[in-house]
Design a protein. Structure first.
Length: 580
């Protein structure tokens, strides 16, 4: 009960920042006033307050649909969509209400920041980090939570970090104190300033953190989660040496032991994805470093339901760009026929043409047993061992340590891709007794890659074109000079494909697109896969790569993000070249 009430205060504090006092949602606590009727005056209350310093909303649908993991399938003939998803897909300003909308994400992350700030004040009032080991660890958690929420807000509502541009690119307000006035005014600052502040909080939190205070560490900023967050931060901050430092601390000496146990998932039934998705987010899975329970219906968008069928990861993307045109693909027949090529079971919903990985479990939180009403919930894996590994591999490539990068790549492939695959290769009839006998073939899968096998893959598959989709997109990063066809570029292309697979339905592909300057397109594709219409494209530093500041926040005086002056011109219609 105290946790719920403290959350009301923390969220109400945020209302002043976002000027959202009249905004209504499932979070009915926003009408409460921050009048201090609860005194956070002991470590137990601070612990309770810090449970609300983690965002309970998710950006995944926004960034997943904005990335190249979605097409427009059958256009207006396909009624399985909502206006919010269409606006995300088309890179438009979101005007529709939705629990995953920019307004809710802004509100939810700043509410988490408000809780962290109030916890920090309470810790100082009890003597600060020096007063006890418990207060020291609680201060670490509050700082890490504050840094994480600001980091995600910066990367969602701003352009990506750039040594060339971030000193002038608009940032987001970095809030370090609880609200004490009725209508505070905030300056957006710059992206560079946000990164400096995030780093300050992050480094102090890393020095103070301890796992000793956690009963279930994966729901808190435990040490592995904190080091993985640091590796992500410095990857985006373009400091690869520090990425290696912190990712190695997260992984220890045996990263293979921390990879996800797919054998458990493979033993589960395939007619119901819920057991697999619940296993994916299990707190007992060693790979899950930080779990966030959130209000969301993403579990229906990224599962085999009609919901979201128009704008989604269809089987043409899944086959042509993601799962089959890979460095570890055996024969085309083996790859196309078998769902056993990967230890992670991918799921194709033919009815709604969705190519899926079961990651979001469905929960319903009933708040009224009489009317059976309540909230849809799910759990997202915010930080995990696989990310620390892939962050380090990328940093190794950027620092010229190619063999170490390849070693990390092979830790991932050994865990994600099978050693051999069995598939139907043909069949024949027996006449006595009369029956059809299926014939099978077994092929070895080259899941342990070499520089040569990656080079062969890169030379076999050209660069992506919207009418001829392939997994390799031309890269235009500011932070490294790449030569097409070099070992460095081949390794990065392989890593970006692996990251795309690893983070499918987790929203991370959008940030890789921004970091590496990939040009992506909006395509309307028909069910027969023989025609598409290009409707838009997005290149590096397109203003739309920064989600628009919510209109409620703009009304409070926060400057909105710039937008292109003209609507996109219509593109031509193309014939599709099938590369599967």
């Amino acid at each position: 009960m105290i946790t719920r009430y403290i959350r009301k205060i923390a969220a109400a504090v945020f209302v002043c920042c976002a000027s959202c006092a009249t905004f209504t949602s499932c979070n009915d606590f926003l009408d409460e006033t921050p009048d201090g009727r609860i005194s956070v005056d002991n470590t137990g209350k601070i612990r309770a307050l810090l449970t609300t310093a983690y965002p309970d909303v998710t950006y995944v649908r926004m960034t997943e649909l904005a990335s190249d993991n979605a097409d427009d399938l059958n256009g207006d003939l396909n009624g399985n969509y909502d206006r919010f998803s269409e606006q995300c897909f088309r890179w438009q300003e979101v005007t529709e209400s939705d629990n995953e909308s920019p307004t809710m994400v802004w509100q939810g992350y700043y509410a988490a920041i408000a809780a962290a700030n109030n916890a920090l004040v309470a810790i100082d009032n009890l003597g600060g980090a020096a007063a006890s080991d418990t207060l020291r660890a609680l201060r670490a958690e509050a700082l890490l939570c504050r840094a994480f929420s600001h980091f995600m807000l910066t990367n969602l509502f701003c352009l990506n970090y750039s040594k060339q541009h971030s000193q002038t690119d608009p940032g987001i307000p970095y809030i370090t104190e609880p609200e004490t006035t009725l209508n505070p005014q905030y300056d957006r600052g710059t992206v560079a300033h946000d990164y400096e502040m995030i780093e300050r909080d992050l480094l102090e939190g890393l020095q103070l953190m301890s796992d000793a205070i956690y009963t279930v560490p994966s729901y808190h900023f435990n040490t592995r989660a904190a080091y993985t967050f640091a590796s992500r931060f410095y990857l985006f901050y373009q400091q690869p040496e520090k990425v290696i430092q912190y990712a190695t601390l997260a992984l220890d000496d045996n990263p293979q032991s921390l990879m996800r146990d797919y054998d458990v998932m493979q033993s589960m039934p395939t007619d119901d994805m819920q057991p697999r998705s619940r296993q994916y987010v299990s707190s007992t899975e060693p790979a899950n470093f930080l779990l966030l329970p959130v209000y969301s219906t993403d579990q229906y968008y990224f599962q085999g339901y009609s919901t979201g069928g128009r704008f989604n990861n269809n089987h043409y993307i899944g086959q042509a760009e993601e799962f089959f045109a890979t460095p570890w693909m055996p024969s085309v027949e083996a790859a196309q026929q078998s769902q056993n090529l990967y230890r992670f079971y991918w799921f194709y919903s033919q009815t709604y043409d969705k190519f899926l990985l079961p990651k979001q479990p469905a929960y319903f939180q009933e708040t009224n047993s009489n009317t059976h009403t309540g909230y849809y919930r799910t759990v997202v894996v915010a930080l995990k061992a696989e990310e620390a590994l892939l962050n380090r591999a990328e940093a190794y490539v950027l620092t010229g340590q190619n063999q170490k990068a390849l070693d990390d790549i092979n830790v991932w492939t050994r865990n994600f891709v099978v050693d051999s695959v069995t598939y139907v290769s043909g069949g024949h009839y027996n006449w006595d007794p009369f029956e059809y006998v299926v014939e099978y073939s077994t092929e070895q899968v080259p899941n342990q890659l070499t520089f040569e096998s990656i080079r062969e893959w890169a030379s076999k598959w050209g660069y992506y074109q919207p009418q001829q989709p392939l997994p390799r997109k031309r890269l235009n990063p500011e932070f490294v000079s790449l030569t097409e066809g070099s070992t460095q570029e081949d390794l990065l292309q392989c890593l970006l494909l692996i990251r795309r697979l690893e983070f499918l339905h987790e929203g991370m592909r959008w940030f890789d697109i921004k970091r590496y300057g990939m040009k992506i397109y909006r395509r309307e594709i028909n069910a027969a896969l023989n025609m598409l219409t290009l409707t838009d494209s997005m290149s590096y530093r397109d203003p739309r790569q920064a989600l628009q500041i919510p209109f409620e926040v703009q009304a409070a005086g926060i400057t909105p993000n710039a937008r292109p002056e003209a609507e996109p011109a219509a593109f031509a219609t193309w014939k599709i070249t099938d590369n599967r």
